[in-house]
Design a protein around this ligand. Sequence first.
Ligand code: SAH
Length: 470
Amino acid sequence: MDFFPIFLKLTGQSCLVVGGGEVALRKVRLLLEAGARVNVAAPALNAELAGMAERGEIAHLNARYASEQLSGMRLAIAATDDAAVNRQVAEDAEALGILVNVVDDAELSRYISPAIIDRSPLMIAVASGGSVPVLARQIRARLESLIPAGYGRLARFAASFRDEVKARFDNIDARRRFWESVLEGQLAETVMNGDEAAARAEMASRIEAGGCEPAGAVYLVGAGPGNPDLLTFRALRLMQLADVVLYDKLVAPELLNMARRDAERVYVGKARANHALPQDDINQLMVKLARQGKRVLRLKGGDPFTFGRGGEEIATLAENGIAFEVVPGITSASGAAAYAGIPLTHRDYAQSVTFVTGHKQDGSIELDWPALTRPQQTVVVYMGVSTAAELCQAFIEHGRAAETPAAAVEWATTERQRTVCGTLSSLPGLMASHGIASPALIIVGEVVSLADKLSWYRRSSDSAVTIQED
Ligand code: SAH
């Protein structure tokens, strides 16, 4: 161990920062966050530091560095661009037994500043012994994404019950089990979502009951368009916490692999005509599992509230008094647009965008054609592969020009993505000759003509090509 990790209480303690530039400013900010009394020694301050001095947030020692400035300090930071001054600060501080850090110089430093993830009172520090700070920062970035922003709140909440829980459970194992059930359960989610009052009430009744099983809940989670990188942090976290995952056809296997290893996985997928489980059975299954105390994750392709029947699923939960939460996902229209280089709106070409379904209700496509065929807009059709020919024909019949650019994007954002670009009149033929199948979106509007210039996600493999029509 090259450095001994500690956390330092600096509230009200005097610290000296030598230097008046950008680097010094960063250090000053951190010290102020820790509640330190900050003195800055520098003949000149940059604008922000000067403002802080004016507002009395820091004390400005308007002079070059001199060793007397160290008197009474707990900690010193040398942040000048003058190596000789930095070395002097380090030597003087060492002689006085003051903790010293020289920015970017672990050799001269008594302590080094780690990369931090701040969920106060929970604090995570990562250091590389000063040798590869970029690596420490990378690890920090990864942890940032895994540790929810609400953890600080959760830590404060738990701390406020510490004595009460200790008094209630004198057996240390029982106490640990109790805390595990609280911190890994739905109650923790309630706290992190900010409903402190509900969480306090639940906590009080659990302490009184001496534990009790965690209450079940359902998370209706959007898994995004298919590329696992496009999952939200929240979706990933809930996947790693859920006891049961209900998924359907659009959810890629790579995504499912991210669920907790021992979570039960249930396929409830619906192909358009061949329903694996009727919607009502899915709804009832979720109610049943949640009543057993399970945390159920209903994973849906794209966004659960965009052609996802998410509204119907949670209506049943609400009627049955089951706790639930909805997590948005990137809808496939956004995914396809970004990965195919087709902006959905554009100042010159489209001032609005409409998402519609090409799915037939009772044998016909019921859409508001006069509205959809107005110029200067983009229309994205979900579930329109099998009706593509009829759809494109209807656009033309209702007045949109036959040469309006139109594209189909299949398996958008995944390694299987293929984009076929043409016009309203040529697209159905192109889709058929290239064998474009579901899941695919059809995008209609002038913005499609930008794909040629803006597409960046071209796959070099044969099964994934961008085809441009002359
Ligand atoms: N809730 C989903 C949509 C479900 S409806 C969402 O927000 O994206 C199913 C339709 O979504 C498919 O028929 C197809 O049109 C579209 N879709 C879903 N994922 C897709 C993908 N990766 N590429 C292209 N289209 C996709």
